[in-house]
Design a protein around this ligand. Structure first.
Ligand code: FPP
Ligand code: MG
Length: 299
């Protein structure tokens, strides 16, 4: 199935979507798409079928987000912990990702028409070279698009992301590019894989689990969280609208908290610091170079 689907809503769903939309929607929604294997078991099909249905649901959900006017989505597609699953399942998930990224590149025109920027966040060095190549190609191709943003967390955990940020900062201090006192919440945020994105306003987890499972831990300090019992492949537009409604009911408090956090973080980074700017520029260009090398198959 394609990443961008035609509208699948009936008129009642469409009207309800418009009503919810008029109440104000989050700018950035994150998803923990959980429950694919339980769905497979429930329907007596192979695990890989559950994951494939999970991808189809992702494509459908992205269309609902576009219809709702939500410009940024981040999805947890493969955690570093998932490498501990059976070799068979890991290989099937890698094959699914290969297949979908090839499809995404085949559909490049559609993606460019919609102005979608695709970013894979995670420790890409842990992935097979050919998959890293496909992902890098998709990221480089769409990097200047700015109408919608799709962040795919793959070989990701939040603690790995924070560890990598700390290592970069320590290296910066050791090389005397920055001073220990230059390190602030703002600078740490800028070292994360998510440095280009605002923090999510709403995080949705399916399947009845009520944990964050090492997903965006730094970025969700003032995010509205919505847990749903539905298994991810069974997630429907009604669940989506209910989650957005949950956000709308809690928005006032969240916005207040966010504004407060932002003002504190601005205070801590209000002094111009040329050295820090240079350090961050260098870090981001190193990552860009890694991506370019990965695209050429030499990283
Ligand atoms: C969690 O369900 C889901 C995953 C580990 C994989 C999610 C992947 C997709 C939805 C496909 C996305 C693919 C791309 C290329 C973006 P689970 O396996 O933990 O199921 P369970 O909780 O029932 O055991
Ligand atoms: Mg699970």
């Amino acid at each position: 199935m394609s990443w961008l689907r035609e509208n699948t809503l009936n008129w009642i769903q469409y009207v309800c979507l418009k009503v919810v939309k008029s109440g104000g929607v989050p700018n950035h929604v994150a998803f923990i798409m959980d429950g694919n294997r339980r769905f497979a078991k429930k329907n007596n099909v192979a695990k890989v079928e559950g994951h494939t249905k999970g991808f189809d649901k992702l494509a459908e959900t992205l269309q609902w987000c576009l219809d709702l006017g939500i410009p940024e989505v981040t999805v947890y597609a493969f955690s570093i912990e998932n490498f501990k699953r059976s070799t068979e399942e890991v290989n099937e998930l890698m094959d699914l990702a290969r297949d979908k990224f090839k499809r995404l590149l085949d559909e490049r025109e559609k993606l460019m028409d919609h102005g979608v920027s695709v970013r894979v966040i995670g420790n890409l060095a842990l992935l097979p070279e050919d998959l890293r190549q496909l992902m890098s190609e998709a990221m480089i191709l769409t990097k200047d698009n700015n109408k919608a943003f799709l962040n795919i967390a793959f070989a990701y955990t939040s603690r790995d992301e924070i560890t990598s940020a700390i290592k970069s900062l320590v290296a910066g201090v050791e090389k005397k590019i920055i001073l220990p006192e230059d390190i602030s919440k703002h600078v740490i945020s800028q070292c994360l894989y998510t440095n280009k994105s605002p923090n999510p306003d709403l995080l949705i987890r399916t399947s009845g689990e009520i944990r964050l499972s090492d997903f965006l831990l730094w970025q969700t300090s003032s995010t509205c969280v919505y847990f749903s019992k539905v298994l991810w492949p069974e997630f429907s537009v009604w669940h989506m609208l209910t989650a957005v409604f949950h956000y709308q009911r809690n928005r006032q408090n969240i916005v207040r908290l966010k504004n407060f956090e932002e003002s504190c973080s601005l205070e801590s980074c209000s002094l111009e610091n040329h050295q820090v700017d240079l350090f961050l520029e260098d870090l981001h260009s190193q990552r860009q170079m890694f991506m370019e090398k990965a695209r050429q198959g030499i990283a």
